[in-house]
Design a protein around this ligand. Structure first.
Ligand code: NDP
Length: 498
């Protein structure tokens, strides 16, 4: 349909005059006809407008912007995003309250979510933190219980101070965060006037493969501004969308908010001397002992044209790190690495990474396929499995994943076939089965069955695949290999012992 101002159905057919607002009826007062399919389409679409709201961080706002490197931290990280001073990377940020529903007030006393997504050429890097450097609990296993206490009483459906303080008093690890929450930083005046933190300990790896542990800090250039308790309470009624309005209006006035970005760095050796567990998210690292090291800033300069498309469907996950940035043994972080993508698959669907705001603008290549709402080329006609003999795709040798030491153990991706004694022997036991267990009748039937199955191999890689598999059969049993080769009409005389 070329005329874009004509109203159409979802299938692109024009909606006729008088048909957009009036249902089709038998006579002007008559009953509505089932054949008015545009009526069904309108109502059915409306019924499905809401996707599940986020269980936590349901109310929030977001903006696109840029990250700019101002200082060199390549001695700590080889991540391409930090490669040179002046380098700019497109990004998206979402701020939120935590406990309230999608319509709740922006000035509630609550931590604020502070989620950043950087579209780097090595894939998307998500730094999904809060406006506080610590958290209430240190193990993700406690999270569902904790969040229940921040939501509503199961009977009255009120918020319940009893539930909250019951949980906190039974979990004194929450004290540090509760103290910050009860200070005026628990009611910030909008999203622009608060610091952000990665909160967890992460790691960085440089191009010499040296690993350090880091904490991320983003300090507001707008200055800290908070409401005191009574003013925050009042603002809930005056403007429940205060933070969102402040963000949108400042960007529309071309007052682009900025945050200066820092890391704190701890060496492996220092982690052993630290008086607390350096991977415990209820603890900070003193800025006096581990000073802030500046590396860049980010600026938010574009409000999405459509809130639902880019903010409601935004999906951040601490899972998304890039080469040069890694995890730490922080138990909360480890739990979130699972929980966030799982939540997105439930809330938005298995192909959530394809939505524009989540999509890596660079190439993504793998063998995941299908699922609801798959709308890229879905891999086209290319192979949908790995390894294969066709597409030449490979795992990047230079990409992170080098083993590293944690206490006395090595953390790594171990190929057990290559490292564990006996695991690389795939031949002895099938050989015993064929040579010593099967009688002649079973042997011949098995050979016939394999010949029948392998006869179906076709295409440009036929010889390569047949020969590779024949080699395996020969290693299992020369008699088995020879029988199959003969059945397939493959001349293997040159491989046979003379
Ligand atoms: P510093 O004096 O170097 O830092 C104190 C930090 O506290 C500053 O970042 C300051 O932010 C921040 N702060 C001030 N008031 C509040 C508040 N109501 N809620 C949260 N943060 C606040 O000391 P240390 O680094 O040795 O830390 C001392 C204590 O400060 C820690 O035990 C921790 O409770 C808190 N803190 C520490 C942080 C860290 O990463 N080390 C980060 C934030 C808080 P600003 O500069 O904007 O005033």
């Amino acid at each position: 349909m070329s005329d874009k101002s004509k109203i159409t159905t979802n299938a692109g057919c024009p909606v006729g005059k008088g048909q957009y607002e009036n249902s089709q009826t038998v006579g002007s007062r008559g009953p509505v006809l089932l054949q008015d399919f545009f009526l069904h389409e309108k109502m059915a679409q409306f019924n499905r407008e809401r996707i599940p709201e986020r269980i936590v961080h349901a109310k929030g706002g977001g903006a696109f912007g840029k990250f700019v490197v101002t200082h060199d931290i390549t001695q700590y990280s080889r991540a391409k995003i930090f490669a040179e001073i002046g380098k700019e990377t497109k990004m998206f940020a979402r701020f939120s309250t935590v406990g309230g529903e999608r319509g709740s007030a922006d000035t509630e006393r609550d931590p604020r979510g502070f989620a950043l997504k950087f579209y780097t050429e090595d894939g998307n890097w998500d730094l999904v933190g809060n406006n506080t450097p610590v958290f209430f609990i240190k193990d993700a296993k406690k999270f569902p219980d904790f969040i229940h206490t921040q939501k509503r009483d199961p009977k009255t459906h009120y918020k319940s101070p009893t539930m909250m303080w019951d949980f906190w008093s039974l979990n004194p690890e929450s004290l540090h965060q509760v103290l910050i929450l009860m200070s005026d930083r628990g009611t910030p005046d909008g999203f622009r006037h608060m610091h952000g933190f990665g909160s967890h300990t992460f790691s960085m790896v440089n191009d010499k493969n040296e690993r350090v542990y880091v904490k991320f800090h983003h300090r507001t250039q707008q200055g800290i501004k908070n409401f005191d308790g009574p003013t925050a309470d009042k603002m809930r009624g005056i403007d429940p969308d205060h933070s969102q309005r402040d963000l949108v209006e400042s960007i529309e006035r071309n007052e682009f908010p900025r945050w200066t970005m820092y890391i704190q760095v701890m060496t492996e050796a220092q982690t052993k001397e630290f008086p607390w567990n350096p991977f415990d998210v209820t603890k900070t690292w003193s800025q006096k002992e581990y000073p802030l090291i500046e590396y860049g800033y980010f600026e938010l300069n574009q409000i999405p044209e459509n809130f639902f498309r880019d903010v409601e469907q935004a999906a951040f996950a601490p899972t998304n790190v890039v080469d040069g940035i890694g995890f730490s043994p922080d138990k909360m972080l480890q739990g979130r690495i699972f929980a966030y993508p799982d939540a997105h698959r439930y809330r938005i669907g298995t192909n959530f990474e394809q939505l524009p705001v989540n999509r890596c603008p660079y190439m993504t290549t793998n063998y995941h396929r299908d699922g609801a709402m798959r709308f890229d080329d879905n891999g086209g006609s290319a192979p949908n499995y790995y390894p294969n003999s066709f597409d030449g795709h490979y795992e990047d040798e230079n990409y992170q994943g080098e083993p590293y030491q944690l206490d006395d153990a090595t953390v790594g991706y171990f190929d057990r076939n290559a490292t564990d004694k006996g695991d690389e022997d795939h031949y002895t036991q099938p050989g015993i089965l064929f040579d010593q267990v099967m009688d002649d009748h079973a042997k011949q039937n098995t050979i016939n069955n394999i010949v029948g199955a392998m006869s179906g191999i076709d295409g440009p890689k036929k010889d390569e695949i047949v020969m590779r598999q024949l080699c395996h059969w020969f290693r299992v049993s020369p008699r088995l290999g020879a029988g199959i080769a003969q059945g397939l009409g493959v001349d293997v005389s040159e491989f046979m012992p003379k």
